[in-house]
Design a protein around this ligand. Structure first.
Ligand code: FAD
Length: 413
């Protein structure tokens, strides 16, 4: 196989290493081949699995309505068709930018001309909590299957953190008929992401379905005799639980880059083309903090569509060469399925945004709400209203004003 000389008169890329064998990494590999890159590609993944999809892990697979074999993003033969050398179950431990080598656990050294970092993120654990059976996090297929087995015994479930993962776990557990308590440290769930008004609506959705949602509930620790039996709250009260799921956010997987000289700041820092400060080194997905020119802000986005889209753009830009390629300026998008409600958000809301419901009603749990800041439309949130939402994605990408967005809402009815 030959190599593809990148445009712009740069040296040809012979070997590209992609570290992170999940969504962003896979999309990058697919893109490299689609664009005609004929050199060697190494795909390194700490998990021993082929790339798989995480959203079903808190929904269908956890519910027991899907078997795990439905989560693969690419079958083995299809991955082999991309002529990629896979290193699955192998962790990258170090990056030497002078030698242009990625080191793997066990001593393997992979030289590269181009490198794409897509190592995602890992769930945070609560500090100073006892290490007891029955305490779970949810990120990997193994995490999911272990929690699913635990749910089979009909336990009382305590979920720590009412973010999106915690909320989906709570919803799935309730749909399985389990008794669920959600413990949220903030006064309102999802306040930092959706603001207090819409966060309250998300909280009510849980209460409607019989979840015991407790806000302002800081968790101080867990106890039990080998297995968790109760959660201690900061005010000294306790919640009895047979299973605890900790959903208190994630940390980007950058520790293997600590001595590389790359800039790490709550993620691997990149410019608007997803390029790090080192030549030929790009990043994508949950691990990447990049400058989004559409909002003129650095952001790190922990959602499926971003991992997929950024994997594509980072690979394109890697092939295009230094200073070339296109800026990555998406309107962030995510969805979350809870009970019978599909929650979707486009854009990038901030604390203090004006929030206005422009369609449907909050009481019916079917509505569209807009977020505006300094005369500009920044985001739109929909509960079970997917079609009307998408027009706002376009308006945000066109930098529509708040007034134009309200006028659109009025004319759309
Ligand atoms: C349970 C769950 C449900 C979700 N549901 C939704 C949803 O409904 N909607 C939505 O928009 N988003 C959802 N997401 C988020 C979405 O799945 C993530 O944004 C997406 O998986 C990020 O992809 P990624 O490739 O960037 O990182 P990851 O999926 O985290 O993959 C990174 C990979 O890199 C590997 N890795 C890490 N360090 C190393 C290393 N040093 N060497 C080699 N390999 C390494 C990891 O093991 C992992 O396999 C959900 C996430 C979870 C966990």
């Amino acid at each position: 196989m030959g190599s593809l000389p990148p445009s712009g008169g740069n040296a040809p890329l012979g070997t590209i290493v992609v570290v992170g064998g999940s969504l962003a990494g896979l999309r990058a590999v697919e893109t490299l081949r689609r664009l005609g890159f004929e050199g060697r590609i190494h795909l390194v993944g700490a998990e021993r699995h082929l790339p798989y999809d995480r959203p079903p892990l808190s929904k269908q697979v956890l519910a027991g309505t899907w078997e795990p074999d439905r989560v693969w993003l690419k079958e083995e033969h299809a991955l082999a068709g991309l002529e990629v050398e896979t290193h699955l179950g192998r962790t990258a431990t170090d990056l030497d930018l002078d030698e242009r080598v990625v080191l793997l656990h066990g001593g393997t050294r992979l030289g590269f001309d181009g490198l794409l970092v897509a190592t995602g993120a890992t769930p945070r654990h609560l500090p100073d909590t006892a290490d007891l059976d029955g305490v779970h996090v949810l990120r990997t297929l193994e995490d999911c299957l272990s929690l699913r087995r635990a749910f089979d015994d009909g336990p009382r479930v305590a979920v720590v953190g009412a973010g999106f993962i915690g909320s989906e776990v709570a919803a799935t557990a309730r749909m399985r008929g389990l008794e669920v308590t959600v413990l949220e440290a903030l006064p309102v769930p999802l306040e930092s992401g959706l603001g207090p008004v819409m966060g309250r609506v998300c909280g009510e959705l849980h209460r409607d379905h019989g979840v015991d949602l407790r806000c302002d509930a800081g968790v101080a620790g867990f106890d039990g005799n080998g297995r968790v039996e109760r959660v201690w709250l900061a005010d000294g009260s306790t919640v009895d639980a047979d299973v605890v799921v900790v959903g208190v956010g994630v940390t980007p997987n950058t520790s293997w880059l600590d001595s590389s000289g790359l800039t790490i700041n709550n993620g691997l820092v990149c410019d608007e083309r997803c390029a790090t400060g080192a030549p030929g080194v790009y990043a994508a997905g949950d691990v990447a903090r990049w400058h989004n020119p559409l909002f003129d802000e650095e952001m790190r986005v922990e959602h499926w569509t971003n991992a997929s889209d950024q994997g594509v753009v980072a690979a394109q830009n890697l092939l295009a060469g230094p200073g070339s390629g296109e800026p990555y300026a998406p309107v962030p998008y995510f969805w979350s399925d809870q009970y019978d409600t599909k929650i979707q958000l486009v854009g990038h809301p901030r604390p203090g945004d004006e929030v206005r419901v422009v369609r449907g009603s909050v009481e019916d749990r079917r509505f569209v709400a807009l977020y505006g800041h300094r005369g500009r439309l920044r985001a739109a949130l929909a509960f079970s209203s997917p079609r009307p939402l998408m027009a706002y994605r376009r308006l945000i990408s066109e930098r529509a004003s708040w007034d134009d967005a309200l006028a659109h809402a009025a004319s759309a009815g």
